[in-house]
Design a protein around this ligand. Structure first.
Ligand code: OTU
Length: 580
């Protein structure tokens, strides 16, 4: 730690100092994320730099570039099989390019977020090679078993992530005459955090990258860091302790850096990833809210907000200086199974309900969507969904102007919710100009077996330039999205710390969510249906539990039209309201 601190550049020390004085810097309504693969977005790290004006145009302040470190040759899970934490993937550039990129971004007000793949390394990482070559020291970096006894015991309670192309959680490695723990692909070897050397190595990897100007880390697969027989080996207490130690190290050496937990787990399992409410235990600064994301898609499929509202009601209050990471789509599949506990609180059969949603987005049962199913392990699991936002929202199948408008409205509705929810919203590359699926992935050997590549298209220069023309579909979407983005920036009620409340309405397709900053509230009203709706709003006084005799205030819609207390919403429409 001392060595890394001594090497920390002056400008980053200054940033550390500023952020220690403003520990809530990432929670404001001005923060906006953008997520892309470096190669799909800009070709190389320098190519990404060329896109800074595009990011600025959207108001982006945080760029998450998916793994750009040196990865395994051939199949490498989109870079999530890292073979060197201190080297850049040669096709993307080198460390000097990374430094250049981080400082160019910083000058543009954009923080660069890098993945830190904590749970595993590639089978050609020097640690794995040394283990194969007989180094006892390096064998102890991994979990390895001479026969199936212990693996079989664990398998009884372990989930499967890629059951069709990577069944099981262990891989037999000839040279080691052992079964090695591989939760994800067989070429991703799980790290053994019961060996302190592993934690030390990963801490150094983090600090070294932070010193190149990385300002945020997306801690990949955080749920899986500790193994305990008889459990799913997810969310174990020791996994949280590892994250807390990592946070402490970051706080000491690189306090300007934030940690984001990628834990795709049910809402009820999320709070510990953000530390304790009293602030005594600190863990990550941010966490993905995957149930909110999945719940919003359920509402669109079912034209019913019951499950989405339940997720919002179950969303815990945040500890100080922490925030949600909200998103509509990301590079992974939409996993429906995280919704099981929330759905179990409601009427109906959970399995049937989630399976129907999964079928809907695969384009079955007369649906407007053009997605596909992702692998599932057994009949008790529901298939995840792959596909770009625009395809899942029906743009691909739309043949009439009305159908196109409905698709665009659905996309905006999902983005609108993620902008209003509170936390940092993320735009997934291509969504800003309504880019569709990439059906060509099956032509590429390294991608063919993983359907998530359906929604990992190449940056489209053609759509990007079309999006400057509001006569095109891309332009129409971008123009509307940018309007929402502008509204959001102007509304301090939308900063992460303020509380939210779902307001019951008697229409199952209407979501009315209030964001309440002291005595100043805003309302997000979303129509999750293909029917026009008229909505009677509670008065602001009712929202604050005040008597109606008190000073009378009215809602006004953010785009300026006074509307009294009854609203008309077009199909899939949304209205944002503030107090007069
Ligand atoms: C994460 O994924 C990454 O986001 C994936 O892209 C990687 O494949 C994976 O880790 C391995 O590094 O388990 O807690 O599609 O949602 O694998 C997170 C399934 C994970 C992903 C899941 C996810």
């Amino acid at each position: 730690m001392a060595k890394q601190l001594a090497e920390r550049p002056q400008d980053l020390l200054a940033l550390d100092h500023y952020r220690q004085l403003h520990p809530d810097w990432f929670t404001s309504q001005h923060m906006l994320g953008y997520c892309a693969y470096a190669d799909r977005f800009g070709g190389t790290l320098s190519g990404v730099e060329q896109h800074i004006p595009h990011l600025q145009d959207l108001g982006v302040t945080y760029l998450h570039l998916l793994p750009f470190l040196k990865a395994r040759a051939g199949e490498n899970d989109g870079g999530f099989a890292v073979s060197d934490f201190a080297e850049i993937a040669p096709a993307l550039g080198n460390m000097a390019d990374l430094k250049h990129l981080t400082s160019a971004l910083r000058s543009a007000g954009i923080s660069l977020c890098s993945d830190l793949v904590l749970n595993h390394v590639a089978d050609d990482h020097p640690w794995a090679i040394a283990a194969r070559n007989g180094s006892e020291e390096h064998r102890s970096y991994f979990y390895h078993y001479p026969d199936r006894t212990i693996p079989d015991q664990f398998e009884k309670t372990l989930p499967q992530i890629f059951p069709q192309v990577a069944p099981g959680n262990f891989t037999y490695i000839e040279e080691m005459q052992s079964w090695v723990w591989t939760t994800f692909y067989p070429y991703q070897w799980d790290l053994n955090y019961s060996n302190p050397a592993v934690f030390a190595e990963m801490s150094i990897a983090m600090l070294h990258l932070a010193n190149q100007g990385i300002e945020a880390f997306r801690l990949d697969s955080t749920a899986f860091l500790w193994k305990r027989p008889g459990t799913s080996c997810m969310n174990e207490p020791e996994a949280h302790q590892i994250l807390q130690c990592l946070r402490a190290i970051a706080a000491i050496v690189v306090p300007g850096v934030i940690l984001k937990a990628e834990a795709i787990v049910p809402t009820r399992d999320l709070p510990p990833y953000l530390g304790s409410l009293d602030g005594k235990t600190k863990e990550c600064h941010m966490a993905y809210h995957s149930s909110l994301m999945a719940g919003a898609w359920v509402a669109v499929a079912e034209q019913n907000v019951s499950l989405l509202s339940e997720v919002i009601r179950n969303t815990p209050e945040l500890p100080q200086d922490t925030s949600w990471l909200n998103y509509v789509r990301c590079h992974d599949d939409i996993g429906w199974n995280v919704l099981r506990p929330d759905a179990a609180n409601l009427d109906g059969d959970v399995q049937q309900r989630l399976s129907a949603v999964s079928r809907f987005y695969a384009g079955l049962d007369g649906s407007f969507a053009s997605g596909a199913s992702f692998q599932a392990s057994d009949p008790s699991a529901v298939h995840g969904t792959v596909g770009m936002t625009s395809a899942l929202c029906g743009l691909q199948k739309a043949t009439s102007p009305e159908a196109r408008q409905a698709a665009l409205n659905r996309m905006l509705l999902l983005y609108g919710l993620s902008l209003c929810f509170g936390g940092m919203p993320l735009i997934y590359m291509g969504d800003e100009f309504a880019q569709g699926n990439d059906d060509t992935y099956t032509d590429r050997a390294a991608h063919r077996l993983d359907a998530r590549w359906l929604h990992r298209p190449l940056w489209s220069e053609q759509l990007a330039s079309a999006s400057h023309d509001d006569q095109t579909v891309s332009g129409q979407f971008r123009y509307s999205l940018q309007t929402l983005l502008r509204w959001r920036r102007s509304l301090p009620q939308l900063a992460a710390p303020y509380r939210r409340q779902v307001i019951e309405s008697n229409d199952p397709a209407l979501l009315i969510m209030a964001r309440i900053a002291k005595d100043n509230a805003m309302l997000f009203v979303g129509n999750f249906s293909d029917q026009r709706k008229s909505v009677v709003l509670p008065t602001p006084n009712a929202l604050f539990g005040r008597s109606e005799d008190e000073q009378h205030q009215q809602w006004k819609s953010v785009n300026g039209n006074l509307c009294g207390d009854t609203l008309d919403l077009e199909p899939w429409g949304q209205i944002w309201l503030t107090q007069d």
